[in-house]
Design a protein around this ligand. Sequence first.
Ligand code: PD2
Ligand code: ZN
Length: 303
Amino acid sequence: MASRSDPPADNTTASTQHSSAARQTITPELRRWLIEQAQAGFTKTVVLQSMRDAGWDAQLAADALHITLQDHLDERAVPQRQPAAVPVPEPRLDASPAQLDCGDRTVNVLLAMDRPRMVVLGNLLSPEECDALIAAAGARMARSLTVATQTGGEEINDDRTSDGMFFQRGESPLIQRIEERIARLLNWPIENGEGLQVLHYRPGAEYKPHYDYFDPAEPGTPSILQRGGQRVGTLVMYLNTPEKGGGTIFPETQIEVAPQRGNAVFFSYASPDPSTRTLHGGAPVIAGDKWIATKWLREREFI
Ligand code: PD2
Ligand code: ZN
């Protein structure tokens, strides 16, 4: 342990001796002495006693010690690194086209913005395709599960009061055709897509705001990422037009996408981080039902 030395004197006047003045009392000399004492292992009680012995006001000494050590810790703190950005799915919008050729269908561009990276699309699915997806999902619907980020498994989630099911990728000619269209629309390999999910919300049902990427801080995330890496994009397709409510909301930007049969909203997130502003939810359905199909896109092949 370092040998004790005396603290620099308190050179403030009595009238300035209150906590808001403490910062002014921290001369470079005092700061150096306080850090030396802490590094040498002297307790706060011992250091404060030395300061009082040297004529320091007790409160001022305590404040000066607290501020100095906190500042020292802050300076040494390792800045929190943002996860690295990766390539993401993206429609070809550089020349601001009003429409996009998706092979077997021409899709309308209704709105595009940067943060969140979000594009609203019209005419992605035909009315017949919407009805066929709802019919094919029919008997397979069950209370929606979400990925359990603690364990990597699946669980019922009270934030999501809808029924749902997953199609296998390419499981029927209809699913195959829609997946090929999405791959062309978003310039993203079909193999990187999860199976299409259909959700059904009844009146009152909602999906509270959340991020679609897997939180890197959750213990179950590494096991989830083994299948294709992170999610990097979401395409929500509206299979019907609810009477009232049921918009897709982005609370940070106060955007609400109105659900219209055949239309879709796409958003991407190049890093699994709130700075993407992709917090989003499904607003409560007020009247009628709401049916959607969601395609989540991964970094790599999703097996
Ligand atoms: O139903 C929606 O609008 C909605 C909202 C938030 C869907 C999803 N998330 C999703 O499927 O991830
Ligand atoms: Zn979502």
